[in-house]
Design a protein around this ligand. Structure first.
Ligand SMILES: Nc1ncnc2c1ncn2[C@@H]1O[C@H](COP(=O)(O)OP(=O)(O)OP(=O)(O)O)[C@@H](O)[C@H]1O
Ligand SMILES: Nc1nc2c(c(=O)[nH]1)N[C@H]1C(S)=C(S)[C@@H](COP(=O)(O)O)O[C@H]1N2
Length: 163
């Protein structure tokens, strides 16, 4: 697989992790996975399940030059799960195949896979991938879409590239 230098930002979206009620394991799990893929982790942040806070965190990491922004949490159907709405409010285009593939592959692991509204989108010059909240689920879902990430990041960053 193509190994490209990708500047990565990681956002954990969880009311309880943001309040320190439980230790955030999702951000560190994604950092380890990203570094394992040869990417540079620029920053890791934790925000509550709040639409404005999510949008501001994404925009800030994008402005700091992250070509790839991974979020974990808030993709489900609980009352405060607003990650998809937050991303759709600031994206240029959605990339439906990412969510389709993550749900399809995850169905082999858990019947609850179809409860995730996980997605990917281009926000400014960043590829944003919204992964489920369970730390292992986030890492697994990232692995399912890995192959398309280097090319998608180049397209988001408007770097000349061909398929
Ligand atoms: N960032 C995380 N770190 C560690 N465990 C997590 C994290 N996110 C989710 N989990 C685990 O997965 C379970 C189910 O995820 P759920 O989506 O309900 O959590 P959540 O979004 O963090 O909840 P809330 O936002 O209400 O705090 C949690 O109860 C927790 O055990
Ligand atoms: N691969 C994978 N996908 C998964 C899961 C998981 O553990 N592994 N958890 C599911 C569950 S239980 C839920 S409720 C939804 C949404 O999770 P979120 O609201 O924490 O993002 O993701 C689903 N997708």
């Amino acid at each position: 697989m193509e190994r490209t230098m990708i500047q990565t930002g990681i956002i954990t979206i969880s009311d309880r992790a943001s309040q320190g009620i439980y230790e955030d394991l999702g951000g560190p799990a994604l950092r380890q996975a990203a570094q394992g893929h040869g990417w540079t982790v620029h920053a890791e942040v934790i925000v509550p399940d709040d639409l404005n806070a999510i949008q501001m965190a994404i925009q800030s990491l994008s402005d700091q030059g992250c070509g790839l922004i991974l979020t974990t949490g808030g993709t489900g159907i609980a009352e405060r799960d607003v990650t998809p709405e937050a991303i759709r409010g600031i994206m240029r285009v959605e990339i439906p195949g990412f969510g389709e593939l993550m749900r399809m592959k995850s169905l082999d692991l858990t019947p609850n896979a179809i409860l995730s509204r996980s997605l990917a989108a281009v926000v400014s010059r960043s590829l944003v991938i919204a992964l489920p909240g369970k730390p292992q689920g986030a890492v697994d879902c990232l692995s399912f879409v890995l192959g398309a990430i280097p090319h998608a990041v180049k397209l988001a960053q408007r770097v000349p590239t061909s398929c």
